[in-house]
Design a protein around this ligand. Sequence first.
Ligand SMILES: [Zn+2]
Length: 285
Amino acid sequence: MQAKENQSLRFLVVKAHPHDFTHCAGTCGIHAAQGDSITVVSMTNGIGTHNERLHDELLKPEADQDPQIINQTGDEYAKIKEQEFRQVCALFGVTDVRILDFPDKPFHKTPESVEALRQIIYDVRPHVLITQRPHLSGRHAMASAAHNDHDETAFAIMEAQGLAGTPDYGSRQRPHTIAATYYPGVYYMPDEIDFYVDISEWKEQRVQAEILFSSQGHTETFAHKRIEIHTGHAGWHAGTEYAEGFVRAAPEVLPRIHVPETALRRASEPRQNHLKRIAGELDKD
Ligand SMILES: [Zn+2]
């Protein structure tokens, strides 16, 4: 385990749907294990986005449909999903899990959702925010802008962040400014990533998290494949087994140039180690 460099940090993770947490879960696990506090917020319970079972059942002729799935209420599904979400967060040492009751598909940034986030910022007073990407880019940007719960969540938390640092007249609320904001790399192309966190030691938990979201139709085979491809691909670019990439919201001001130990080690070790590290064949230190 790497040495801890900062004071204890408070992390706030704000995502559109429960499963979105997984994209930075390994990083949260590392920080939780080092004594940092992590609060995870899902703006919605995600039941409108991930109702795959209902979708598939409705494709069948009426006589073949499973009445249990067809008659399941949104509230019933929401309970299952919340349970899955809490179990997933617990895998990474995260117990402060908050599901807000805004509807998804579509979730819209509203004054209420912004205010709810502002109050959470005052409550948690985070140093670090990890949230949905606010940048619309690429060929699909217009389609995304037409409506996307993830983008709307990004816009809501950005507005809440600004308001949390801006006192209202007549209010006694102590303002709060978040020191650093990061966006998970899964929403970006590899050449846009600012840095990677090596989560090789958390790979199994990432697989388990996928399996736990079984209400979304995830199987064990799917879970392994997804993590091998996603976090393995990030690991490939990072020169390690498994990684989570991040994009900074703003450039950081450093007291001096900081070269990570991992880069110094990589520069001086046998080239064969680079391949062995990606393959998971090096002793972990
Ligand atoms: Zn999502």
